[in-house]
Design a binder for this molecule. Structure first.
Ligand code: SF4
Ligand code: SF4
Length: 415
């Protein structure tokens, strides 16, 4: 009966949404993606973000954040703790698999750290490339080129790919040099016109075990997939004779770019929510001057659903997630000023990570957009979340209980 009900209302919603499909425009420079169409509420107090104020950067230079415990947190990613807390999910094998998942990303992050003062993927864009071809391919049709880029991105393991104009507001005002503990000038060359945004699905079953060191494996795998996709995609563009810079957490804020590129909407927990995987994604981007058509932002009702849902707020152990409306409130210097949005308190969030000696994704686990169902059922589920039936979905979500934690030892046993 319940299935029939979901199917019936789902079909009504899909009919309604047929006219609301994601589409592309033909290579403008952002005029078609206004802040209003994306849902950005930006005031005159807006300032570009300085990477020095990012909570991870602050944990190196700011005595309010830096401590012996933050040192232990970072060291544990190189040297697995043998046992911690004596509880399931924090044993030697859990830290070992988490660190192994980070290994590829770490290799690129540390490759030039000593010799060239670059921590690529986190503080500096990736540079493991051959130079661009001397002659560039003629691109008469940016729309066709965009189709081709998405095809190639999927081949190189991206789960999602969207394209938008290069919006400098999201590029860090200054970068941070962790060795020198000082801010440095942004080094992204001039002439960038477009941003290709890719996303990788994070492993659902691993994230069910959060909080645990084991669940951090999903983050590591996501980053490691990201680095290989981005490097290959950027090299493909270079081989066509254009500029391409592959970027993970470095250089610019990924979430606003992903929203502009039509990959999803912004959630109360401060994360991107995609139609396909909810908030269970890692995001990367390639900055380029390749002529490309742009995707349009999508709206599938996330803001209104978050208005009635507080699952992430209630579940966040340190209380770091907003409970109220989208405002310009900032908690500390790790928040970007001048944007009315749900803001998380990065100091509280990071303090919890440090105490757990691993990253946390509880807000992803409990989010009703993070559910594993057959594709058609998940589509129906998210469609219904955008209708007056949203409260029923919220109620149903609790009954189904998919947001509950699975014991890490169950994951090791394969269930
Ligand atoms: S990651 Fe964990 S601590 Fe941080 S906001 Fe999400 S639930 Fe809270
Ligand atoms: S848990 Fe609920 S309130 Fe939080 S982001 Fe997900 S849908 Fe929005």
């Amino acid at each position: 009966m319940l299935n029939k009900l979901i199917l019936f209302y789902g079909s009504i919603v899909s009919m309604k949404n047929k006219n609301n499909k994601k589409s592309s425009c033909n290579g403008c420079h952002g005029d078609c993606v206004s802040d209003t169409s994306v849902g950005f509420k930006i005031s005159e107090d807006f300032k570009r973000f300085n990477q020095k104020d990012d909570i991870f950067s602050r944990s190196f230079w700011d005595d309010q954040i830096h401590s012996e415990k933050t040192e232990r947190f970072y060291t544990s990613y190189r040297k697995p703790l043998k046992e911690w807390k004596k509880v399931d999910g924090y044993q030697h094998r859990d830290f070992s698999i988490r660190n192994a998942a980070w290994h590829v990303t770490d290799f690129f992050a540390e490759r030039l750290e000593k010799s060239q003062d670059r921590r690529e993927g986190f503080l500096d864009f990736l540079t493991a490339h051959r130079p661009s071809a001397a002659e560039s391919r003629d691109i008469p049709d940016p729309l066709e080129m965009s189709r081709e880029i998405k095809h190639v991105a999927k081949l190189f393991d991206a789960d999602l790919c969207g394209i938008t104009f290069y919006d400098e507001r999201w590029t860090y005002d200054k970068r941070f040099n962790r060795n020198q503990l000082e801010e440095v000038e942004m080094d992204l060359p001039d002439g960038i016109t477009n941003t290709i945004v890719v996303a990788h699905e994070m492993d659902y079953e691993l994230l069910r075990t959060v909080p645990s060191a084991l669940s951090g494996t999903a983050t590591g795998v996501g980053y490691s997939r990201d680095v290989t996709t981005l490097l290959a995609l950027a090299q493909y563009i270079r081989n066509l004779g254009y500029q391409a810079y592959a970027s993970m957490n470095d250089t610019a804020l990924s979430i606003p770019m992903a929203i502009q590129a039509g990959l999803g909407e912004y959630g109360r927990h401060g994360l991107l929510i995609t139609k396909e995987f909810g908030p269970r994604v890692r995001i990367g981007k390639v900055f380029t001057d390749l002529p490309l058509a742009h995707d349009k932002p999508i709206n599938f009702g996330v803001e209104k659903f978050c208005d009635i849902c507080r699952e992430c707020t209630k579940a966040c152990p340190p209380g770091a997630i907003d409970d109220g409306k989208q405002l310009e409130t900032i908690y500390n210097q790790s928040n970007i000023p001048g944007i009315a949005k749900w803001t998380t308190d990065a100091e509280k969030c990071f303090d919890f990570w440090v105490k757990q000696v691993t990253d946390c994704s509880i807000c992803i686990r409990v989010c009703p957009y993070n559910r594993k169902m057959p594709k058609w059922a998940f589509k129906t589920w998210t469609n219904l979340m955008a209708t007056p039936f949203k409260r029923i979905i919220l109620w149903l979500d609790k009954i189904i209980g998919q947001g509950k934690r699975n014991a890490p030892s169950n994951w090791w046993k394969g269930h």
